[in-house]
Design a protein around this ligand. Structure first.
Ligand SMILES: Nc1ncnc2c1ncn2[C@@H]1O[C@H](COP(=O)(O)OP(=O)(O)O)[C@@H](O)[C@H]1O
Ligand SMILES: Cc1ncc(COP(=O)(O)O)c(N)n1
Length: 268
């Protein structure tokens, strides 16, 4: 079994962040490990409180795993400050981490700022060049290119611009545009589109985390980036299609629908 590490924030309601990542890793047949960068008090309606972890504790979590266990892929989610970003980038570079998927988390679906505005430049400078795949949603891509994205053509152009910031592959997620949910992959040579039906649901808490974690799990399992993105898109579409109507806001996606169905233990 392959081993995948998530470096991200904890989401107490279990829909996004570390919890979404670990569920995704498990559902996709990999062993999940975590380095917590921040603890959030969060439910389906919003983020109530955030406590960042000390940078040396983040470093210790990452280093002790690499010192003991083979890490086949790494997913990076919420890394809220310049200090934590520099620490994570430094540790991963020093350990020669492979298959790094960076999800540049900036604002939660409920509207809470999860990246300090002053840390955006550090994310661009230190994290993007380390990433094999970077997975901005449309608002995040707009910040990275300092421009607006309204069409598929804009997404393709933005993917080219973000590629110049240093990642080996860029996937711009189309969850925030209207029409089909189309994700755009750029590898420095070709643009590839991954389209899926737009599902009419408000239970989309953690979709971006789930998608990036699934790419990391598939890369760990030996898929190419293109194969991993295709498989991750299929996984997140099923997870959204069976999203759980928990709480009063944006409920979480369902990570185990296919497995439960296969096992004949699908609960109500
Ligand atoms: N309503 C939806 N129906 C189908 N797919 C969706 C929907 N919303 C998002 N997706 C897909 O979920 C993944 C995450 O996208 P997105 O929601 O844009 O990320 P984020 O959570 O970072 O904002 C992408 O593959 C996107 O195409
Ligand atoms: C700890 C943490 N990490 C990431 C997200 C983004 O997920 P979403 O955009 O679905 O709110 C979140 N809400 N919480």
């Amino acid at each position: 079994m392959k081993h995948v590490l998530t470096v991200a924030g904890s989401d107490s309601c279990g829909g996004a962040g570390i919890q979404a990542d670990l569920k995704t890793f498990s559902a996709l047949g990999t062993y999940g490990m975590s380095a917590v960068t921040a603890v959030t008090a969060q439910n389906t309606t919003g983020v109530l409180m955030v406590q960042e972890m000390p940078a040396d504790l983040v470093a210790a979590q990452i280093n002790c795993l690499f010192d003991d266990i083979t890490v086949d892929a790494v997913k990076i989610g919420m890394v809220s400050s310049s200090e934590i970003i520099a620490t994570v980038a430094g540790c991963l570079a020093a350990k020669g981490a492979r298959h790094i998927v960076a999800d540049p988390v900036m604002v939660s679906k409920s509207g809470h700022q999860l990246l300090q505005p002053a840390a955006c430049a550090t994310l661009i400078e230190l994290l993007l060049p380390l990433a094999d795949v970077v997975t901005p949603n449309i608002p995040e891509a707009e910040v990275l290119i300092n421009g607006s994205i309204n069409t598929l053509a804009d997404m393709k152009q933005a993917a080219r611009e973000i590629y110049r910031l240093g990642p080996k592959h860029v996937v711009i997620k189309g969850g925030h545009l209207a029409g089909e949910a189309v994700d755009v992959l750029y590898d420095g040579r070709q643009v590839e589109l991954f389209a899926g039906p737009r599902l009419a649901t408000r239970h989309t808490h953690g979709t971006g985390c789930t998608f990036a974690a699934a790419i990391a799990a598939y890369l760990a399992r030996g898929f190419t980036v293109k194969e991993a993105v295709r498989a991750a898109k299929a996984y997140v579409t099923t997870a959204i299609a069976h999203g759980l109507p928990l709480g009063r806001g944006h409920g979480p996606t369902h990570h185990f629908y296919a497995l439960y169905k296969q096992a004949g233990v699908l609960p109500e």
